[in-house]
Structures are given as structure tokens and as C-alpha cells.
Design a protein around this ligand. Structure first.
Ligand SMILES: NC(=O)c1ccc[n+]([C@@H]2O[C@H](COP(=O)([O-])OP(=O)(O)OC[C@H]3O[C@@H](n4cnc5c(N)ncnc54)[C@H](O)[C@@H]3O)[C@@H](O)[C@H]2O)c1
Length: 253
């Protein structure tokens, strides 16, 4: 079940800034964009640009909270850690071109990015496997404010069942489909050993979960309508290692 968001501080401030009253009239020339336009555009945005849009949103929300109404592309680019040509290219995917000498209207840009990323509603999250990683994720307070409340936890360990972690009692693996349906879970996070990950994934899909974030080092088989993202910190470390090696002239070829 989708629930309306509206609890995010940044978004609340941004919505307030977006009110088209005389004191707060938009200064940036943004083309009118319908939900359909954004849906069509969203499908053609490269994956790397999608990741950067999430970063721009975090930076812009912080700026809105500080009371900023407009932002120059150079300022936003610096705060997001990208060059301004890349920022302008990324924002052009949204149809957001800003105004020369003025920059971007913060609230309008927040709205465009939120709609493009599908963040205009809450996405309830379930975490499966409440070990080291699962505990950390369940206890992390930063997800609800970004629109991702953790609403269900699962494990097989009898000592954990019924024990609250981050305020939510752990349910048994077997209850995944029922609990996910009852609570309207749309994102499942898998933090189990790799051998358990596929059967956990199958149960999440049976519970109507449409997106899986997989920490287990295994490739998951899912139906076409289900999106999977794999998180592998070791790969990130290897990429960092490559850049350090390249900087030090150690990369051959
Ligand atoms: N992607 C990354 O960057 C990254 C980083 C750390 C860990 N990991 C992976 O995350 C997973 C969890 O790591 P951890 O250190 O938290 O392990 P852990 O052993 O501390 O926790 C695993 C938990 O899963 C539970 N579990 C086992 N089988 C289950 C099943 N069938 N259904 C539900 N729960 C089940 C266990 O009872 C335990 O509580 C591992 O696959 C690990 O390789 C990935």
C-alpha cells in the first residue's frame, strides 16, 4: 500500500518554497512537465546520472532547509562533487535548464528530481537477515526521513524472533509473504548468508515486493517486473584501488 509522504523535512520546506505567491515567484524558466513526460524521460536517463540525481536531491534539500530559493549550477555542482558541465547535462534529462545569471529554482528542481526518482510517496522497506549488517540497517535512523521507513524485519534465528530491533519485532522467514503484503512492503533488503538469499528473494517476491537490494554475494533470479540492485563494498574498494593505482602510474595498458 502506498502512503503519501510529506514527512520529509527537506520536501516540506521545498513545497513551501514552491508556493507560487508574489513574494516567492519562480525565477527559473522551467518548461511545464507532466507526470507522463517525466515517466518517458526517466526511462532514458543513464544509470550513473540517476545516482547523481539522488546526490543533487540531498544537497538541494539541505539548501532548501537553509532557506535558499535559487542555486547557481556551479554552486550545486561543487556541493555535489561533480563538474558543472556534467550537472547541467544530468539536469537536462529532466528538462531543467535553469536561467542564465540566476541558476535553478531550488524548490522546482527538488520537485522535478523527486518525481523522476519516484519519491513522491513512501517506499516501505523490509530487512531480511538481522545479523551484523541487518542490525545496522534496522537501527539506522536516516532512512525514514528520505522516504524509506523500515517496517518489517525477518530472520530464522529462534533467539531473534519477536525481539525488537530499531523498534520493530523480528518476524520469522516463513511469514515474509504475509507480512510484506499486510504492511505494503515495496523494497526488500537481503542481508542473509548467500546460500539463503535466493529463497529469501522468492518469498519477498511472493509478498509483492517489487525492488530488492541485495547485499549477499550471489546473483538473484527474479521475474521481469522486479528490480534488483546489488551492493558490494568489496567492488567499491577495488574501484577505489584502481583510481589510486592509476594516479600513481601503476595501471598498465
Ligand atoms: N555487500 C556488502 O558490501 C556486504 C558487506 C557486509 C556483508 N555482506 C553480506 O551480507 C550478508 C550478511 O552479513 P552479516 O555479516 O550481517 O552476516 P551475519 O552472519 O552476522 O548475519 C546473517 C543473518 O542472516 C540470518 N539468516 C540465515 N539464514 C537465513 C534465512 N534463510 N532467512 C532469514 N535469515 C537468515 C542469520 O540468522 C543471521 O542473523 C552476507 O551475505 C555477507 O556476505 C555484504
Amino acid at each position: 500500500m502506498a502512503v503519501q509522504r510529506g514527512r520529509r523535512n527537506g520536501a516540506a520546506v521545498a513545497r513551501k518554497l514552491a508556493t507560487p505567491d508574489a513574494d516567492n515567484a519562480p525565477t527559473a524558466e522551467m518548461p511545464a512537465v507532466t507526470e507522463n513526460d517525466e515517466g518517458t524521460r526517466a526511462r532514458s536517463i543513464p544509470e550513473a546520472a540517476v545516482a547523481r540525481l539522488a546526490v543533487y536531491l540531498r544537497v538541494l534539500s539541505a539548501m532548501a532547509e537553509q532557506g535558499a530559493t535559487t542555486v547557481a549550477s556551479e554552486e550545486l555542482a561543487t556541493a555535489a562533487g561533480v563538474n558543472s558541465a556534467k550537472l547541467r547535462k544530468d539536469l537536462s534529462y529532466l528538462g531543467s535548464y535553469g536561467t542564465r545569471g540566476v541558476g535553478y529554482e531550488v524548490s522546482v528542481l527538488v520537485g522535478h528530481i523527486e518525481r523522476t526518482l519516484g519519491l513522491t510517496r513512501m517506499h516501505k522497506v523490509a530487512v531480511v537477515g538481522i545479523g551484523n549488517l541487518g542490525h545496522a540497517l534496522a537501527n539506522y535512523g536516516g532512512f525514514p526521513g528520505r522516504g524509506f521507513p523500515v517496517e518489517a524485519l525477518f530472520d530464522v534465528d529462534a533467539d531473534l524472533i519477536g525481539v525488537p530491533v530499531g523498534g520493530i519485532p523480528v518476524s520469522h522467514l516463513e511469514d515474509i509473504p504475509r507480512v510484506c503484503r499486510d504492511r505494503g512492503i515495496s523494497i526488500g533488503v537481503i542481508a542473509t548468508p548467500p546460500t539463503a538469499a535466493q529463497s529469501v528473494c522468492d518469498r519477498l517476491v511472493a509478498g509483492g515486493v517489487q525492488c530488492i537490494l541485495n547485499f549477499a554475494p550471489v546473483v538473484l533470479q527474479v521475474p521481469e517486473h522486479v528490480e534488483v540492485r546489488k551492493v558490494d563494498l568489496a567492488v567499491e574498494l577495488q574501484i577505489l584501488s584502481f583510481y589510486v593505482a592509476r594516479r600513481n602510474g601503476m595501471v598498465v595498458g
